[in-house]
Design a protein around this ligand. Structure first.
Ligand SMILES: NC(=O)c1ccc[n+]([C@@H]2O[C@H](COP(=O)([O-])OP(=O)(O)OC[C@H]3O[C@@H](n4cnc5c(N)ncnc54)[C@H](O)[C@@H]3O)[C@@H](O)[C@H]2O)c1
Length: 454
């Protein structure tokens, strides 16, 4: 099939690489010329494990463009995968979505195309995108758009860091549309994934337990709500364990054991029950805010989701409070942050706890030293003026600091020579923001080990 994808961010380029690998003819479009130039040169604009390899393997089925003209006119399916960042009131900024929809209407010239919202968009956006596409088509073509377009929702559930595996071997595929022909088209598009009939790339082997992938075929509004409801549920699972963690700390319980003890109940599950600094990233904060904002439009409140957000906000304050508790005075202290990305295996800094924590510490008069295995360049571009000292190694961060904070649980931080780091520090305090380090081992090296919960 001929597929065009608008937006080559984390979602768009992952979708493009996977569909091209499966044999579809894919054109990726992005208004950011720098991103398209990198992709044309065989490089990737984001850090995602195995993306370079998959793009290279699928190269013969991939094209990259900065303009809609010549990139979508005869597509069978057009994905919209542009950003939907939050506005100040929590509702998503739909300007990129609107530009994409109008661009499709202007440049599509075939008989029938399915326009797919892959961006996370508020409930009702499917109908809105449909009306924008048709309006723009009629304006530019001078005749009715009847029958040429159908809009579907195909929410994305990938996790950055494992985006390619999540896309090739998903837990489920959700397709929402009120039109039978769109459902059929998308079913054909995804068939190799649904039936798992493709040969896996050697670097992304099919997990043994993966069989046929369930398809949820539903109406537009339900598909749109599934995405928000899923993200809010994951976010509140994390906030729940963090709330329990606060009590665990007071009563002297071990939150890691508590999480294991409840998570092994199959009804609960162990994932997303790691107590720590809390969630970050481009999705949970934005999507929970959007859910609350949508509910408000219908005169509904969402106290559970709102509480999950508040607990998450507090976890970041707790890092500063804990450092204050240990050091008594923060002004003039030197604090090292290990990890900037919102989670390991990505360079994404959107709503990363490290940024918030660094700001709070700088505001209190601390010198803040930072390191991340892959996000340093992005940090310098986006937050270079914040006043943090960028270090090239964790050892450089440790040099002469009053405390180290593990903010992102990169595997390489777990494996550091902590004994050597201890020798470099002014005082041996480590705040394990992810409860990921070996407390007993660090204590042996003379560290005062402080967890975030429990
Ligand atoms: N990142 C994730 O883990 C994830 C997971 C699931 C869903 N989502 C959702 O998917 C959507 C995209 O997220 P992302 O993380 O890939 O965003 P992103 O910011 O990384 O990428 C968006 C891309 O769209 C491009 N763009 C913007 N307007 C454009 C236009 N009019 N024409 C062409 N290109 C345009 C931008 O230049 C950018 O490269 C969001 O709605 C997000 O909520 C993201």
């Amino acid at each position: 099939m001929k597929v065009s994808i608008i937006g080559t961010g984390y979602v768009g380029i992952t979708t493009g690489a996977c569909l091209a690998y499966l044999g579809h003819e894919v054109t990726c479009i992005d208004s950011d010329e720098r991103k398209i130039a990198l992709l044309r040169a065989g490089k990737t604009p984001i850090y995602e494990p195995f993306l370079t390899e998959l793009l290279a393997d699928a190269q013969r089925n991939l094209r990259y463009c900065t303009k809609y003209a010549g990139a979508i006119q005869d597509a069978d399916v057009i994905f919209i995968a542009v950003g939907t960042p939050p506005l100040a009131d929590g509702s998503p900024d739909l300007r990129y979505l609107s530009q994409a929809a109008r661009g499709i209407g202007e440049h599509y010239a075939g008989d029938f195309v399915v326009v797919v919202n892959k961006s996370t968009v508020p409930i009702g956006s499917g109908n809105w995108v449909g009306s924008l596409v048709r309006e723009s088509y009629e304006q530019h073509h001078g005749h009715k758009a009847n029958g040429h377009f159908s809009v579907a929702s195909n929410p994305e559930f990938l996790r950055e860091g494992t985006a390619l595996s999540d896309s090739l071997y998903p837990d489920r595929v959700v397709i929402g549309s009120d039109d039978e022909r769109s459902l059929e088209t998308l079913y054909s598009l995804y068939r190799p994934i649904l039936d798992q009939t493709f040969a896996p790339p050697p670097y992304l082997p099919r997990p043994e337990e993966v069989g046929a992938v369930p398809l949820i075929s539903t109406d537009l509004a339900s598909a749109e709500l599934i995405k928000y409801a899923a993200n809010a549920f994951l976010a509140l699972k994390i906030s729940y364990i963090n709330e329990i963690g606060q009590l665990a700390e007071k009563v002297g319980a071990d939150i890691i054991q508590v999480a294991k003890g409840i998570g092994l109940d199959a009804r609960i599950g162990t994932r997303f029950l790691q107590a720590g600094i809390g969630w970050g990233g481009s999705c949970f904060g934005k999507d929970t805010a959007a859910l609350v904002s949508t509910a408000t439009e219908y005169n509904l409140s969402m106290p559970i989701v709102a509480a999950a957000r508040e607990i998450n906000r507090r976890q970041r304050d707790r890092v500063v409070e804990k450092l204050l508790g240990e050091l008594k005075i923060l002004k003039g202290r030197s604090i090292g942050l290990l990890g900037l990305a919102f989670k390991p295996n990505t360079d994404d800094l959107r709503e990363a706890p490290a940024i918030d924590i660094a700001r709070k510490l700088i505001d209190r008069g601390c010198k803040v030293k930072v390191h991340d295995p892959v996000a340093m360049e992005r940090f310098q571009q986006e937050y270079g003026d914040m006043g943090a000292v960028c270090c090239t190694t964790p050892e450089e961060v440790a040099d002469d600091v009053d405390a180290l904070v593990l903010v992102t649980e990169w595997q390489q931080y777990r494996e550091l020579d902590w004994e050597a780091l201890a020798a470099k520090m002014r005082s041996r305090i480590v705040l394990d923001g992810r409860n990921a380090l070996d407390r007993a081992r660090l204590t042996r090296f003379g560290f005062r080990y402080v967890g975030v919960a429990g």
